[in-house]
Design a protein around this ligand. Structure first.
Ligand code: GLC
Length: 794
């Protein structure tokens, strides 16, 4: 065991503070006012410089440091770091002197052989969140977790680890929030006070101690800083936000067409159909089954005519089979991972015995990408990367298998957790090469911190049970808190047969998740929206339609994620971390889609739901009844609804129901305004399928809601909005005469005064019928141009 020891020397090299202790070299750097990096390596070693998680590491900044004899103090305008010299210990605190996180005084940083651990004093009542795809409660205090990407088929409520590793968490101590990202992709362990009352720790089984500290103060600030390092999603194609239907597996080609056709016949909006492993010949990657799918191009054409996009599964294992071109070529090009004696590693997966491409080698990524490009040329629109933990039957890839690691070389122990992420990267890069500026969609099962740049994530092989419906909501919440914005669960449950009522509940919830994909296991009951009877079909159609109406909102939220890393689905922690009730397990499943729209997951047989309304005024989405928080609220639920609330101050942009994203909307932007508090919103549009948005082809406008005015800024960007009219729906507006209990209301034309409407437009003259009346809601309709628009209501 080696303990870090005392600081014997310190100096600046460039902006970074270098410290020498009796056993180690330390490097501390400041990246912005709320981000520090701490690196430690044993004497004689050099600091690791390469990174999969942060390929574009920003430059560090100058640090303001004071030597106070026994300690060094680095202070930004926001955060203080105190470096104790004897022995070396760190303490991060707010400028007011509240501890955010501090090393355990007796333990600090310790090496045991190759394993390095940083022990932090457990603060009174300290809470922990994040770590991505982790089961259990969202508040992780008292628990320990391991990061080792794992094929966790039919995982349980507390199974750990699952498929994704994300060694990044948020802590809350003394009411303040901070974040820590352990920048190490070896197997890692996080203890949040499990089986001890003294410390939390993070530990890496190999590599170096290298972590970033984020000072907060709120989850959104921490995520902004974390994703400034690990990267942000680029806007996915709009079609990937539509409804996606999957099955293990739809075959042959006629069956795929039948499913797609049925969506259209039954008037259920949908955009994507998946091909699972049976589309391949003997599960061989980059092949098509010659009987089941004899003419893939023609199938894809027919699906295209139905406005369906096609996503195919790609597993990493390449079947060992003489004369199979991908295998032969792989051998010839030396793309497979090998044992130290040079023999390729063989592991068994769906195709039988396989070799595995080394995605940590740029040349192999190119090779793989060329094959992906071949599928793109055949018309495939998106790719589903599965089994990329990597999964093998038996679950244990031998640790001595060698990987290139970009020329550095190393073993499976070091490459395991980033394998899936590098496969997604290779897939995306390969597709993009031939897409000519069109966007693609990559969905992955395994990935690592930073993987949000390349792919969406689904939470693997869940179960068709209510427990999994709830767990799924928490997993998406936790992934969002960990920098993954584009996520979802297999709607309806992958394994097992959904009991009556489960599917309809699940689809209602999933309508509000960024990824809405229904998927089910071979030999389980069929799980399309029409497979559960007429009532479920009706519910599914309603919620999928609502999803399509909400696309302008969802897309604007994804745009926000591209800018600051904040996910569309936000756990209550994002806005209400000072309300202790949100940490009650029953309320941890609740989530906000954006800032104001709150979804409260409920089980399929629940007739009553207990929900938590944080501070503020909340409208019930379906009938506009209001309640004031903070409060626990018991609400009755019907079989076809779930509790959804909208907070006063909300601005929700909706469109009419379209049946796929290529169907033009009717040009009318439905802007739902929830009065009672001020609010603002950024509405974002672009063509939804090319990268032209990166060079100004977007339409962005800010909308502000005040007590009696709504203001839309002029449009920023060159894209011509799909909306030519706007209809303001006025929820809870006291100036809506006669608004009592959702009865019919009357809006008199005189009630609207236009301050700065579109130039030369006189609504009274030009649009005598502008102010209209609908039952339960008042709305006002106006033409929409790119100019600023202010409406005052009195
Ligand atoms: C894995 C995937 C599942 C897929 C199946 C067959 O279990 O997680 O989604 O359907 O393999 O490819």
């Amino acid at each position: 065991m080696e303990i870090i020891g005392d600081v014997t020397l310190w100096e600046f090299r460039g902006n970074a503070l270098h410290l020498t202790t009796s056993h180690a070299n330390m490097r501390i750097a400041q990246y912005n006012v709320s981000t520090f990096r701490v690196q430690a390596c044993k004497t004689g070693e050099t600091f690791q410089e390469t990174s999969y998680a942060c390929p574009e590491m920003p430059a560090s900044q100058e640090m303001r440091l004071t030597d106070l004899g026994g300690k060094l103090v680095a202070e930004t305008s926001f955060l203080r770091l105190i470096i104790q010299k004897k022995p070396f210990r760190l303490r991060f605190e707010t400028l007011a002197g509240d501890v955010l996180s501090e090393d355990d005084p007796g333990l600090g940083i310790i090496w045991e052989d190759r394993e390095v651990t940083n022990y932090k004093t457990l603060q009174p009542g300290e809470r922990f969140f994040g770590l991505g795809e982790k089961t259990g409660p969202l508040d992780r205090a008292g628990k320990q977790y391991r990061n080792w990407n794992t094929d966790a088929y039919a995982y349980g409520q507390n199974t750990d680890p699952l498929y994704v590793s994300c060694p990044f968490y948020m802590g809350m101590s003394h009411g303040n929030m901070y974040g820590i990202f352990l920048h190490n992709h070896w197997e890692t362990v996080f203890n949040f006070g499990a089986a001890n009352d003294r410390f939390s720790f993070f530990q890496a089984k190999g590599g170096q101690l290298d972590y970033f500290f984020f000072g907060g103060p709120k989850p959104a600030d921490i995520l902004r800083d974390y994703t400034a390092l690990t990267g942000r999603i680029k806007l996915p194609p709009m079609w990937s936000l539509g409804f996606q239907q999957c099955r293990y597996s739809y075959y042959p080609d006629t069956e795929v067409l039948r499913v797609a056709q049925t969506f259209r016949e039954k008037n259920i909006p949908a955009d994507v159909i998946y091909l699972d492993i049976h589309y391949m010949q003997d599960y061989k990657v980059f092949t098509w089954h010659d009987e089941k799918f004899p003419d893939p191009e023609s199938l894809i054409e027919k699906l295209k005519a139905l406005n369906f996009k096609v996503v195919v599964i790609l597993d990493p294992g390449v079947k060992i089979e003489k004369d199979y071109p991908v295998y032969e070529e792989g051998l010839a090009r030396d793309v497979f991972v090998k044992y130290p004696d040079g023999k390729p590693y063989s592991g068994a997966a769906w195709p039988g015995w396989c070799h595995f491409p080394d995605f940590t080698d740029a040349a192999v990524r190119l090779w793989w990408g060329d094959h992906v490009a071949g599928l793109v040329k055949q018309g495939v629109n998106g790719f589903w990367n599965d089994m990329n933990e990597p999964a093998v039957w038996g679950h244990h890839t031998p640790n001595l298998v060698g990987f290139a690691l970009e020329g550095k070389t190393g073993t499976h122990k070091e490459a395991h957790n980033i394998y899936g992420m590098q496969m997604s990267r290779a897939t995306k890069e390969g597709a993009e090469k031939v897409l000519d500026g069109e966007r693609t969609f990559i969905l992955t099962r395994a990935t690592f911190s930073g993987g949000q740049r390349d792919s969406a994530v689904w939470t693997g092989d869940n179960h068709a049970t209510d427990e999994h419906l709830m767990l799924g909501a928490r997993l998406v919440n936790s992934l969002g808190l960990s920098g993954f914005p584009f996520t979802g669960n297999d709607v309806g449950g992958f394994t097992g047969d959904a009991a009556r009522g489960l599917y309809r509940r699940w689809i209602a919830h999933a309508a509000f998740h960024p990824l809405m994909r229904a998927h089910s296991m071979i030999n389980s009951r069929q799980a399309e929206p029409w497979s559960f009877g007429e009532e479920d079909l009706e519910v599914a159609r309603n919620y999928i339609s609502l999803r399509y109406q909400l696309l302008p909102h969802l897309y604007s939220l994804l745009f926000e994620a591209t800018q600051n890393g904040i996910p569309p689905v936000r756990s209550l922690l994002f806005y209400y971390h000072d309300e202790w009730k949100i940490f009650t397990e029953a309320f941890e499943n609740q989530f906000l889609l954006g800032q104001h729209l709150m979804i409260c997951p409920v089980e399929s047989d629940a007739k009553l739901a207990r929900v938590y309304l944080p501070e503020g005024e909340w409208y019930q989405f379906l009938n506009d009844a209001t309640q004031t928080g903070p409060a626990e609220h018991l609400t009755e639920i019907q079989r076809d609804t779930i509790p959804i609330y909208v907070k006063a101050g909300a601005i929700l942009p909706l469109q009419n129901t379209i049946h796929h994203v290529d169907e033009p909307n009717d040009g009318l932007l439905r802007l739902h305004l929830y009065f009672g508090a001020e609010g603002s919103y950024t509405l974002y549009e672009d063509d939804g399928h090319t990268r032209a948005n990166e060079s100004n082809a977007f339409a962005k406008r800010r909308i502000d809601l005040k007590a009696d005015t709504v203001h839309m800024s002029g449009v920023e960007g060159d894209y011509k909005s799909r909306f030519t009219k706007v209809r303001f729906y006025l929820h809870g507006a006291s100036f809506s005469k006669g608004n009592s209990g959702g009865q019919g209301i009357e809006i008199l034309k005189e009630d609207f005064r236009f301050l700065n409407a579109i130039s030369n437009f006189d609504p009274y003259e030009d649009y005598p019928d502008t102010a209209k009346v609908v039952v339960g809601l008042g709305y006002l309709e106006l033409p929409l141009s790119g100019n600023p628009l202010t409406v005052q209501l009195s």
